[in-house]
Design a protein around this ligand. Structure first.
Ligand SMILES: [Zn+2]
Length: 105
């Protein structure tokens, strides 16, 4: 299996994990609030945190989908700004990076 095919597999696995996390958050948010006011305040805070986490999970999922599309299009690893190759070490840390270190700075 080539590196890219392997990466694609990992990205899809990550995407599924994120999708599952979003499902969990949404079912948590749908729980009715407790009648007790103090309880309610704590639950609201929890819901806000969950909502922020859900938002970042959705954003990450979008980045991952875009990276998979670039793999399929054969443009993965190219800087979208200057067209040069993105450093493989950078892609290892940030598999869905779209810009080289120079352009991202
Ligand atoms: Zn660049």
């Amino acid at each position: 299996m080539s590196d890219l095919a392997n990466l694609r597999k990992n990205l899809i696995a990550r995407l599924e994990e994120l999708g599952h996390r979003v499902d969990v958050f949404e079912s948590g948010l749908r729980e009715p609030l407790d009648a007790d006011f103090a309880e309610q305040a704590t639950q609201m805070e929890g819901a806000e945190v969950a909502s922020a986490l859900e938002h970042s999970a959705i954003l990450e999922a979008q980045h991952i989908k875009a990276a998979i599309a670039r793999i399929d299009a054969g443009s993965y690893g190219e800087c979208t700004k200057c067209g040069s190759d993105i450093n493989p070490a950078r892609l290892e840390v940030l598999p869905y990076a779209t810009e080289c270190v120079k352009c991202a700075a």
